[in-house]
Design a protein around this ligand. Sequence first.
Ligand code: PLP
Length: 387
Amino acid sequence: MKLANRLNRLGTETAFDVLVKAKALEAQGREIIHLEIGEPDFHTPSNIIEAGAQAMHQGYTHYCASSGLYELREAIAAEISRTRSVTVDPDWVVVTPGAKPIMFYLILALVEEGDEVIYPNPGFPIYESMINFVGGTAVPLPLLEKYDFRFEVKDLLSKVSAKTKLIIINSPQNPTGGLLTKTDLEAIAAIAIRQDIMILSDEIYSRIIYEGSHLSIASLAGMLERTVILDGFSKTYAMTGWRLGFGVMPPGLQAHISKLVTNSVSCTAPFTQRAGLEALAGAQSEVHHMVAEFRRRRDFIVRGLNEIPGIRCLCPSGAFYAFPNIQSFGKTSNELADYLLQEAGVAVLSGTSFGQHGEGYLRISYANSIENLGKALDRIKEATARL
Ligand code: PLP
């Protein structure tokens, strides 16, 4: 078989590989604590499940418009307008199976060979993978612990060139849990406007914030027309398996992104979209409960990690990840993640799963019970003491 060269440029999400390794150990009878996968451990709220089931009975089981059901796009536009203090139209929304395809489609739509895209590093690995896949040049913007996992403005400035087509930002951020400040966003906005650069603002964790509040770059003057907001239902409503997300984009782009949907998956399952409608319209108490529980777990895991000799961990302001510094053990992040899986039965991700600037860190997803987090801390403490 002669595969296309472009496949050599495609990256992946290591979480799924580690999950497979951990499952293989479980099949041998080992008890593994899963802190690798980035999804809420809560059930999808029952009102949402009911709405999905009812929609199936009502016949929402056929193809629908590639851009999504109008009633859902209308609800999304209203929600985004309210929460981002902007005015967007349902015709600016494209609904997709999960929010991830928005990255894929937008990069396909904007980036030509040789164009440069600035992306956060450490950051969600699919950004870099997709930029490389389409033949663009991926330009990492380091997010450093010494700046609370934010970037330095002069560093960002040094990365911008005449070839910069797109800047990707993600706040609250995976894998660090860091938040960009208003000053950071203003700096990016000024550069984007001056150099005529588009922004992909990944706001998938916008509802999972513990300190401060979410600010979208789209709400800054002159930015709505050059920002694509990516958001979805996976994290906020514990709906990862339903596959439901969306992009909100400047007019003119929506038709092209919808065409990419037509060319790939045709549309997003309409009964899933009806469930999403209920998620937005129904009571939000379960979201609030989940975020309160994540906050309790964050405080627990961060305190516990900082009590382990050799580990230092900043307190993340959002999402459900901790990103502890493990440089003192003299092992690479990969080696330590492997060691913890094999020796301690704790599955975590290497910081380098999120790019080269993740070296020296682990990503720990604390979407797990306090009991399991406690067990994991004991095991990590015991195993690292033996190094
Ligand atoms: N963006 C970030 C930063 C993520 O961490 C994830 C999932 O892990 C996604 C987007 C995609 O989520 P989904 O495709 O499930 O909506």
